[in-house]
Write a protein that binds this ligand. Structure first.
Ligand code: PGA
Length: 260
């Protein structure tokens, strides 16, 4: 049985006034939801806000995560922060391999870098959220499942995989992120089922405990059908996480889906 997890990815948005205010609104709204104990929630703010948001959310049950960290433990890496530094802020999750880091930002991360970051996260006591997903071209060429197999397998080389506390996977089709186009429930379930089968191939029945989140234009009005799929265990939410009301709407949908 997997407890749903809903994660906010604020990306490079908000500031030291609006960020803590939103975090407070999310925590207050969550407390008022029936059965809020049946869902895990985390918020991933920009790195400069991690400590503040961790303090605001301390004791509320809402966890904090970072959007990135460098894989080296320390040294001459100007501009980077290590996974241990992230852990020190009070954060407990780390997003790795987000499509914007694979395809949009700076030097474009490859699967080797992503794997090193995932292992650094585990080493520092952070729960990695490994993002995988195909581009539109790859989907149109019929390569979706192969891309997912490759990114998952490459991302997990040498990782500790003993259960739900070691890994979260997020399926984020690149063509659905920030575009307003979401995967259909069937497309999401096909991808999630495939990822679960691949995890089973790697680690056996323990794969049943690992949560696989859907991300890509997830909103309150499409969350019910996506989150109800048997292998969809929650969401990684970008745009709709920037307003408490819409983020809470997705959390409500996650609570409403049957325990899987
Ligand atoms: P979106 O972003 O919800 O704005 O599509 C999702 C993500 O990038 O994690």
């Amino acid at each position: 049985m997997r407890k749903p997890l809903v994660v906010a990815n604020w990306k490079m948005n908000l500031d030291l006034k609006s960020g803590p205010a939103l975090a407070r609104d999310v925590a207050d709204g969550l407390r008022r939801l029936d059965s809020h104990a049946n869902v895990d929630v985390a918020v991933c703010p920009p790195a400069t806000m991690l400590t503040t948001i961790a303090q605001v959310l301390s004791g509320t049950g809402v966890a904090v995560g970072a959007q990135d960290a460098y894989f080296e433990p320390g040294g001459a890496f100007t501009g980077e922060v290590s996974a241990a530094m992230v852990r020190e802020t009070g954060a407990t999750y780390l997003i790795v391999g987000h499509s914007e880091r694979r395809h949009t930002i700076g030097h474009l991360e490859d699967d080797r870098i992503i794997n090193l970051k995932l292992r650094a996260a585990q080493h520092a006591g952070l729960l990695p959220i490994l993002c995988v997903g195909e581009t539109l071209g790859e989907r149109q060429a019929g390569q979706t499942l192969d891309v997912l197999t490759f990114q998952l397998t490459a991302g997990l080389v040498g990782a500790r995989l003993t259960g739900a506390d070691d890994l979260v996977v997020a399926y984020e089709p690149v063509w659905a992120i920030g575009t307003g186009l979401n995967a259909t429930a069937e497309q999401a379930q096909e991808a999630h089922r495939h990822l679960r089968n691949e995890l089973t191939r790697l680690i056996g029945p323990l794969a049943d405990a690992i949560r696989i989140l859907y991300g890509g234009s997830l909103k309150p009005d499409n969350a019910d059908s996506l989150l109800a799929q048997p292998d969809v265990d929650g969401g990684l939410v970008g745009g709709a996480s920037l307003k408490a009301e819409s983020f809470l709407g997705i959390i409500r949908a996650a609570i409403g889906t049957r325990a899987k």
